[in-house]
Design a protein around this ligand. Structure first.
Ligand code: CA
Length: 232
């Protein structure tokens, strides 16, 4: 799409790992400063990650975000009123139990804090069988590049974006998303303004409206500041 102006943007929704952080998951202080600046300028600033709600809660509190933020790939949200899960945990839990029994996956410490998905460590064994078992169980498998997740159908970052646009009555061309990996594709919708730091997968960079020459969190900070200064 051809961008007329970035001044119409009212909401920025961002991935966390690899988008706000570096490759080792240390968060960029420049990205934090840029997010605060965007919020101070009246934009809604939100996060969506495969990570668990206690982590998203902490990011929201300590970065100082006012908008709700989403964990478990968009399946669960936290705001000032509490936690809201949009999907069930039964199917993902059942599949994880079977994978553990068969030695196809290892458990994650964060699974005790999940509401509607399960994470696992891959053993490198029989990925095709895992995918077949997921299909038979009516769940989906995603890999964020940092970890593997078992999700319900429709539980993705696009769900979180749609929820926010509906909640704030924001149109697609007034929303911006920033992400680096394939699990961000569901929120890289047609009319939404799409941004990618330099480390993002090629497929994401190719469909993005703005690509930073800088990788990781500093690249995302660059994108946010370009929105605020209306420079593509
Ligand atoms: Ca990521």
């Amino acid at each position: 799409m051809i961008l007329q102006s970035l001044t119409v943007i009212k909401l920025i929704l961002m991935d966390v790992d690899g988008t706000l952080t570096d490759s080792r998951r240390a968060i960029s202080t420049k990205a934090i400063e840029a997010m605060r600046m965007a919020q101070d300028n009246g934009l809604k600033v939100s996060l969506v990650s495969g990570n668990v709600i206690p982590v998203m809660y902490s990011l929201r509190v300590f970065i100082g975000l006012e908008a709700p933020v989403f964990g478990e790939n968009g399946g669960v949200m936290i705001d000032d009123t509490g936690v809201r899960s949009f999907f069930g945990i039964e199917k993902p839990r059942k599949l994880l139990e079977r994978l553990l029994e068969e030695g196809l996956a290892t458990d994650l410490i964060t699974n005790q804090w999940r509401y509607c998905s399960m994470g696992y460590g891959p053993t490198g064994k029989d990925n095709a069988r895992i995918r077949k078992m997921a299909q038979d169980s009516g769940v989906e498998i995603t890999n964020s590049g940092f970890s593997w997740h078992i999700l319900n159908p429709g539980q993705n970052k696009g769900f979180a974006l749609k929820w926010l646009m509906d909640h704030y009555s924001i149109r697609e061309n007034e929303a911006m998303v920033i992400g680096d990996n394939f699990n961000d594709l569901p929120m890289f919708m047609d009319k939404v303004v799409k941004g990618a730091p330099a480390n993002a997968e090629k497929e994401l960079r190719e469909i993005s409206d703005i690509v930073s020459e800088i990788p990781y969190g500093e690249g995302t900070a660059d994108l946010i500041l370009r929105v605020l200064s209306d420079k593509i």
